[in-house]
Design a protein around this ligand. Structure first.
Ligand code: NAD
Ligand code: 13P
Length: 407
């Protein structure tokens, strides 16, 4: 009997953390998963400092491939330094080789790179592979907006769910407890040998392919190849076994819209909180921003996903209020937008000089969402989202926030 081979596409701060926790679980469930987890690494050169325990005098300060360093020392010295990775995390610089024969693809990289990644792997993945997107962002083209998991589904012709929550990678890598939410609607054709129930709204259309309902409640243009019965079923129970750890509590739901939009849009609000705090205001001002930000997030979901919105995801799940709170009080988008205001420079400059290659998803998400709202002519309904774009472009002063959002 086959077992699921798992690949994590991406190896940044969160990508490496998820590879770690998933590899701990594949080792613990040999009936379901192959033990080794492939982790695709965007190859780059790193230099090991002389005071590092990994410093090799024979190599000195010559630049080395990050992939080779990860596989030698079982540590991602650039994006997750100080954390020991299980030996069954295998760093791979070849994207095509990393996804070969994998039935579970975990997408975990900054959202701006997903288009290029999908183009490269399109003809190299199993037709029945299934995906989970841990990416926080959206894809915008002119007046259309797509959830990242749905963009992956449509581009690759596979089903893809979404994982999002109040998750600071470095804390989880240190095995400090937190919660997350996974939205997944198991395609009906995958449930050949399962006693568990599917949340999927899917049906076979007679040619062996499966139709499924998209995030707007319509039959998707994408037809799915069912998972062969030679594999263990991949449903909520199995995904829970793949992701949950004693320090990582997983809530399985069906709402891909709430989980995806919660993760993407809170980054805009986190920037606003950083601006407010950098300006010298404190928790009461930030609370006002968070409250209004949540209302705009829900209004956005209502306006653009009216058939499928499940408001309770925003109120009850880690991917909703949970992520909002942590993102506006201790995550990177908040921290570095605060620093930008304190130093009187742009957030882009701070990203370049302070983040050592890590990315702030809020910058591009703000611009993408603002351009989408303008294309739809509804920007006036989202004053907080729009003023964040104004501050990024230096057209709006932080001082003006209360007047701009007052109603
Ligand atoms: P990161 O910001 O730490 O690192 C950036 C990554 O992008 C690096 O792995 C780098 O190699 C890669 N990269 C650079 N140029 C590239 C290119 N041209 N093509 C492909 N990859 C390239 O990344 P991260 O924190 O792992 O973020 C991944 C996703 O996870 C984001 O959507 C983020 O919002 C989300 N997320 C992050 C955290 C966190 O605490 N870090 C928590 C939850 C969710
Ligand atoms: P940052 O990318 O701002 O660090 O956010 C991490 C996160 O998503 C917290 O849940």
């Amino acid at each position: 009997r086959l077992r699921h081979k798992v690949t994590v596409i991406g190896s940044g701060n969160w990508g490496t953390t998820v590879a770690k926790l998933v590899a701990e679980n594949t080792a613990g469930h040999p009936d379901l998963f192959e033990e080794d987890v492939q982790m695709w690494v965007y190859e780059e050169k790193v230099t090991i400092a002389p005071d590092s325990k990994h410093y090799d005098p024979a190599v000195g300060d010559s630049p080395q491939n990050l992939t080779a360093v990860i596989n030698k020392y079982h540590e991602n010295v650039k994006y997750l330094p100080g954390i020991a990775l299980p030996r069954n995390v295998v760093a791979n610089p070849s994207l095509v080789d990393a996804v070969k024969d994998s039935s579970v693809l975990i997408f975990n990289l900054p959202h701006e790179f997903i288009g290029n990644i999908c183009r490269q792997i399109k003809d190299h993945i199993l037709p029945y592979a299934r995906g989970i997107s841990c990416i926080k962002g959206v894809t915008v083209s002119e007046d259309n907006i797509e959830l990242i998991c749905e963009y992956i589904s449509e581009t690759l012709g596979i089903y893809c769910g979404a994982l999002s929550g109040a998750n600071i990678a470095s804390e989880i890598a240190n095995e400090q407890w937190c919660e997350t939410t996974i939205a997944y609607n198991t395609p009906a054709g995958d449930l050949h040998n399962s006693s568990s129930s599917s949340n999927g709204k899917t049906a076979s259309n007679g040619d062996g392919l499966i139709e499924f309902t998209d995030s707007r409640g319509r039959v998707s243009k994408t037809k799915l190849t069912p998972m062969p019965a030679t594999y263990p079923t991949l449903d909520h129970d199995e995904l829970h076994k793949l992701f949950a750890r004693p320090y990582f509590t997983v809530s399985m739901v069906s709402d891909v819209v709430g989980v995806s939009l919660g993760g993407a849009l809170k980054n805009i609000v986190a920037l606003a909180c950083g601006f407010v705090e950098g300006h010298g205001w404190n928790m009461t001002a930030k609370t006002a921003v968070m409250r209004r930000g949540m209302l705009e997030m829900i209004a956005f979901a209502r306006e653009f996903y009216p058939e499928t919105i499940q408001e309770k995801t925003f109120w009850e799940e880690s991917a909703g209020w949970g992520d909002m709170i942590v993102s506006c009080t201790s995550a990177r988008n908040w921290r570095y937008s605060k620093m930008a205001v304190e130093r009187g420079v742009t957030v882009e400059e701070i990203e370049k000089t302070e983040l050592n290659g890590q990315k702030l998803q809020g910058i591009s998400t703000t611009r993408e969402v603002a351009s989408f709202l303008k294309a739809k002519g509804v920007q006036d309904k989202y004053p907080l989202f729009m003023l964040v774009e104004g501050i990024l472009d230096a057209n709006v002063d932080v001082e003006d926030i209360p007047a701009l959002i007052r109603k």
